[in-house]
Design a protein around this ligand. Structure first.
Ligand code: AMP
Length: 399
């Protein structure tokens, strides 16, 4: 059984065709510059050279048509027939407070995704275009919407409500939603499975440390807290996002720099984070290199990033009254062994002991803590596409 996973952006469409028998990727690719000049499709099949096609893609519907043509092409295709695709899984950013789980797409689901345009203005419209493009090209093939916010819906009101007048929740559903939910769900689940954590000992903290970064706390796979909020701006210091900040800073900058709130928010999203602190780059490889060369601001940016990660991990250990496992994932979490070691060194009070040799292993699930460690520590590569494909199989009732 094959599942097509779609992640549609405003001018791009990423896809993966996954064979669910062995969860292998049969083909994947990217349509770029949809609706612009110079659009192209890059289609990759393991063991073959990349196939690149430059053709006009005025809409997501034409992009999707090209993807399907590539998938059944006699030379670089991997399917005989489009009907060999059992279902399509769609990454959708925001399900608002309506959807606590992935769901089979129908008119009502599309209506809710549309109603959430306000909450996810950059992503939800594109996600809906992806869904409609598939419906137009593959009528009758079930589609499943997998929401990035669904995992965070497990939180209790005391964790998800902001302490602001209740009318704003009642009117607009302003609350903490949390993002990277599909990754947190996948990685916390894999931690329980891979680490064989017994029932009753499944308090897991996941540190998803990438260009966007967030931490979650879950018990038995159910989210109890997560660091991102109404939008992905809250929480950790990130590549270009400030993370937590006193809201009065927005007012202060707006007044003193004669800027609108929207302009200040743009600065907090796109011109802040480690890039702003370092004045060098948002990329951790550049920052580590600069720090090693003695650059003080790169060192400051890295220390600030680590400080905030520790603050959240410490808070979540306290919230859950303990923790059984901490797992690192995403670009930085999976690759930056020195940062992991340094974060864990600060958790020695909680009895964490890292095995430096295991901490060097890359590219696969690994337990990096020593046997005597009181909290087990793992590195588990995230795989959002596989998580979406598994959800699609489950929700479409294919197994
Ligand atoms: P992601 O958003 O998950 O793709 O992660 C992107 C971030 O991972 C960037 O800041 C990269 O610098 C960082 N990253 C990727 N590889 C490494 C590495 N080997 N060491 C440190 N950071 C890395």
């Amino acid at each position: 059984m094959k599942v097509l996973v779609i992640n549609a952006g405003s001018s791009s469409l990423k896809y993966q065709l996954i064979d669910m028998e062995d969860e292998s990727v049969k083909a994947k690719g990217l349509c770029e510059r949809i609706g612009m000049e110079g659009s192209k499709l890059t289609h990759k099949v393991p063991g073959k050279a990349d196939y690149v096609e430059k053709r006009e893609m005025p809409t997501h519907k034409t992009a999707m048509q090209m993807v399907l043509e590539a998938l059944v092409d006699p030379e670089h295709g991997v399917l005989k027939n489009i009907n060999d695709i059992s279902a399509v899984g769609h990454r959708v950013l925001h399900g608002g407070s309506t959807y606590t789980e992935s769901i089979l797409v129908d008119d009502n689901v599309k209506k809710v995704i549309r109603e959430c345009f306000d909450l996810g203005p950059l992503h939800n419209p594109a996600n809906l275009m992806g869904i409609e493009a598939c419906e137009a090209n593959m009528p009758g093939t079930p589609g499943v919407a997998v929401f990035d916010t669904a995992f965070g819906m497990g939180m209790e009101p005391y964790a998800y409500l902001y302490a602001i007048p209740m009318e704003y929740y009642d009117k607009y559903k302003i609350r903490r939603y949390g993002f990277h939910g599909t990754s947190h769900m996948f990685v916390s689940g894999e931690t329980i499975k891979f680490g064989k954590l017994p029932a009753g000992h499944q308090k897991v903290i996941v540190a998803h440390l990438g260009n966007g970064a967030s931490v979650s706390a879950s018990i038995g796979g159910k989210c109890v807290d997560t660091s991102m909020g109404l939008t992905p701006l809250e929480g950790l210091v990130m590549g270009t996002r400030s993370g937590d900040i006193d809201p009065a800073v927005v007012q202060f900058i707006a007044n003193h720099e004669n800027k609108t709130v929207d302009e200040v928010l743009n600065i907090l999203n796109k011109k802040s984070g480690v890039e702003a602190l370092s004045g060098i780059s948002s990329d951790f490889r550049d920052l580590s290199k600069a720090e090693a060369e003695g650059n003080k601001r790169a060192a400051l940016a890295l220390a600030s990033f680590k400080h905030r990660v520790l603050k959240y991990i410490g808070a979540y250990i306290a919230e859950m009254n303990g923790c059984d496992a901490i797992t690192f994932t995403a670009g930085i979490g999976e690759n930056d062994a020195a940062l992991r070691e340094s974060i864990c060194a600060n958790l020695s009070y909680a009895g964490i002991v890292i095995d430096p040799e295991k901490n060097k292993i890359r590219g696969k699930n690994v337990e990096i803590s020593a046997p005597e460690s009181k909290i087990r520590v793992f590195v588990i590569p995230t795989n959002e596409e596989l998580a979406i494909a598994r959800e699609t199989v489950r929700v479409a009732g294919l197994k």
